[in-house]
Design a protein around this ligand. Sequence first.
Ligand code: NAP
Length: 236
Amino acid sequence: MPPEPGARTALVTGANRGIGFEAARQLAATGLNVVLTSRDPGAGEAAATRLRSDGHQVDYLQLDVADAASVERWMGELTRRGIHVDVLVNNAGVLLDEGSGVLDLDERTLRTTFEVNFYGPFRTSRLLLPPMMERGYGRVVNVSSGAGSITEATSYSPAYSVSKAALNAMSRQFALATRGDVKVNVMCPGWTRTDMGGAAAPRSPEQAAETIVWLATLPVDGPTNGFFRDRRPVAW
Ligand code: NAP
């Protein structure tokens, strides 16, 4: 049976700070149970404690999306605790080649970027989409970037851009593979004031997280297989 709206659980990766933390906060404020995950347990527990002190229902699990063994342990822990994830927000991301050109790009930086930005969401989605389909309900929100749009991409951070373009393409594959009321969408938060975006960015994490929450709580007739910024389609 699909879960009742009040009994749904959302899991956010890389949620100890930045857009992920704010998405976890806003999702909890809609009444969802939230599982906050982070690669660093100290930072993640501290973030979960902050949300609990505001009265939200938040669990914590360690998850380094770049580490297949960590993903395996995390999935085992979800099963052991009987947690069914109804909403998955793949938010964890790295920008390691800011301002460098493709001709200066070394393979190691490219691979490390892909481990987090591409293989991370691939690993979590592959594990969580089948149980979502079995239960007949699921929302996967992949936090991408305008840099991942083939149409919008610039030469500014090639490893990051290409990893997000690959994430977009993989998201479409997952969306095409789903059935029932299970939706997979991609979003761009816009240039946002976080450690990644920097202090000069025009958008707040609150604004950035809003489209994540919209996609995470779409009704049954809402879109799937889309790419959105501020709830509006972005060119692939
Ligand atoms: P941020 O402040 O740098 O936060 C990134 C988060 O990802 C941190 O919690 C970080 O954890 C986590 N993370 C990195 N590698 C991880 C791993 N291997 N496993 C698990 N977590 C990991 O960045 P942000 O601005 O909030 O970015 C969130 C998402 O939005 C990213 O996917 C980013 O690409 C996207 N985005 C951001 C902007 C922007 O302007 N800020 C624009 C477009 C898209 P640690 O604390 O352990 O490092």
